[in-house]
Design a protein around this ligand. Structure first.
Ligand code: GLN
Length: 484
């Protein structure tokens, strides 16, 4: 069952080859026997079996959809009614959400069975999953290496075949980079395509939820159920959702693919470069037109992002004060002591660093020099993409400059860590969609290519990714220790 696609699982359920309860038990068992990866914060056996029973009933009555009875895991950033929602933080270690995020609601309505909540960098801040209060997640391809972050638990769980599908969120690369590091497929949708309601906010103008799965086809199923307007999120787009699974077979010829100079410069691992070059050659063989392009403001993306994201997080995280939400210290002397100690104890190092940077950037006298300037740079970065998409359909390059690094390798040097998101961050600043597709190996670890599209072209990105996956089998390879 481990390697079956969503449509194969659905067919098995439909034909009575196995029930959703059996499927659910099988994957719960796998999660249980692979706790060394630390991919989950909460396992939800009882709840899952209950949902599976309900799914089996619907299937029997022929009232089911394509995802009914299929197991799924949610990143622990999505509020789920009656369930601990920690966001990878001590601050929310004991927080039980009183309502469902829209994404959780939608996937429940689609009939998915939630097996648990996955580990993540604290408040989604990180690129390696080493910032979780619940400990680092390990990369199933090599457990000395990181799975990427911040949706590292979701990516590791799908890669190790502990669950067929998982949700993630991406503020600067947190779906695509862990997907690349773990050898799976991950889609960051257009900003506003998926509701953010009930998703704990990191940087609200950048955060976006999306699917992680083995293949583009499976991502299309999940995306179909996640996307759509939500009146509870004022930035959610009121645009029709295309039939993602219906357009995957379209031919790719005549598509123009832009190759940005800036994504192949210094800092790119030679093994990664080689693998991406082969993927470009494949696209050319399909009749795509390859066109060199420029995204001249790329080098400004990381500095601009670390002003905007930290500014927004310093504001979003002010609600975690030990009174309204979150961890409260023991025996406070007075109100000030309560705030100070609750926040000191509740937040980890990286979160504190970002709150301090963001508070500084927003303070009187510095606002114009930092925050305003960063917003202007953001505009230039969007304009780079706007211009590029006047002449190309897609932009292709590596998802990350290298394969998964070793646990501990970059923890003492935050700036080097930040640089690992160099190719993913501008996409969030512009708000356009992008997908990471497994496309080869380097030093025994997976490599991902990133395909970026214009606003609301998730269908086209998935179409390209699916065509690539029909011709290659990188997405079908699983870490040897986790394949039977
Ligand atoms: N690594 C980036 C950061 O630390 C992006 C994280 C994300 O996308 N949530 O902010």
């Amino acid at each position: 069952m481990d390697n079956l696609s969503v449509s194969q699982l659905a067919a098995g359920l439909n034909d009575g080859e196995f029930s959703s309860v059996e499927l659910t038990r099988h994957f719960l068992q796998r999660i249980q026997s692979h706790t060394e990866l630390n991919a989950f914060i909460t396992q939800m056996d009882e709840h899952a079996i209950m949902q599976a029973r309900r799914a089996d009933k619907l299937i029997k009555e022929r009232k089911h959809g394509p995802l009914t009875g299929i197991p799924l895991a949610h990143k622990d950033i999505f509020c789920m009614d009656g369930t601990k929602t920690s966001c990878g933080s001590r601050m929310l270690e004991n927080f039980v959400a009183p309502y469902n995020a829209t994404v959780v609601d939608k996937l429940e309505q689609a009939g998915c069975v939630v097996l648990g909540k996955t580990n993540m960098d604290e408040f989604a801040m990180g690129s390696s999953n080493e910032n979780s209060y619940f400990g680092p997640v390990k990369n199933p391809w090599n457990t000395d290496h990181v799975p990427g972050g911040s949706s590292g638990g979701s990516a590791a769980a799908v890669a190790a075949r502990l669950v067929p599908l998982a949700t993630g969120t991406d503020t600067g690369g947190s779906i695509r980079q862990p997907a690349a590091f773990c050898g799976i497929t991950g889609l960051k949708p257009t900003y506003g395509r998926v509701s953010r309601y009930g998703m704990i906010a990191y940087a609200s103008s950048l955060d976006q939820a999306g699917p992680l799965a083995k293949s583009a086809y499976d991502c299309a199923y999940l995306m179909q159920a996640m996307a759509g307007f939500d009146e509870r999120d004022s930035t959610c787009m009121d645009e029709p959702v295309p039939a993602y699974t219906q357009v995957l077979d379209l031919p790719l010829h005549d598509k123009v693919i832009g190759i940005p100079d800036e994504y192949f410069g210094e800092g790119l691992d030679s093994g990664v470069r080689e693998v991406i070059t082969q993927a470009i050659a494949w696209a050319e063989d399909q009749g795509c037109i390859i066109k060199p392009i420029r995204l001249p403001n790329t080098e400004l993306a990381i500095p601009a992002y670390y002003v905007i994201a930290t500014a927004e997080c310093s504001s979003n995280l002010s609600r975690f004060d030990g009174i309204r939400y979150g961890h409260r210290c023991q025996d406070p002397e007075d109100l000030h002591d309560l705030y100070r100690r609750s926040r000191s104890e509740g937040f980890g190092m990286e979160v504190k660093r970002r709150i301090m940077v963001g508070t500084y950037a927003l303070s009187k006298g510095y606002y114009d020099a930092y925050y305003l300037k960063a917003q202007q740079v953001r505009r230039l970065i969007s304009a780079d993409f706007e211009k590029a998409f006047q002449t190309v359909d897609f932009i292709l390059g590596p998802t990350s400059p290298g394969p998964a690094f070793r646990i501990g390798e970059k923890t003492n040097d935050p700036v080097t860590m930040y640089l690992s998101d160099i190719y993913t961050i501008s996409v969030n600043l512009a708000g356009v969609p992008a997908v990471s597709i497994p496309c080869g190996m380097c030093e025994g670890l997976p490599v991902g290519m990133q395909l970026i599209g214009d606003y609301l072209t998730e269908d086209k990105l998935l179409n390209f990714a699916h065509q690539y996956q029909l011709a290659t089998d990188w997405h079908l390879q699983s870490p040897p220790r986790y394949s039977k």
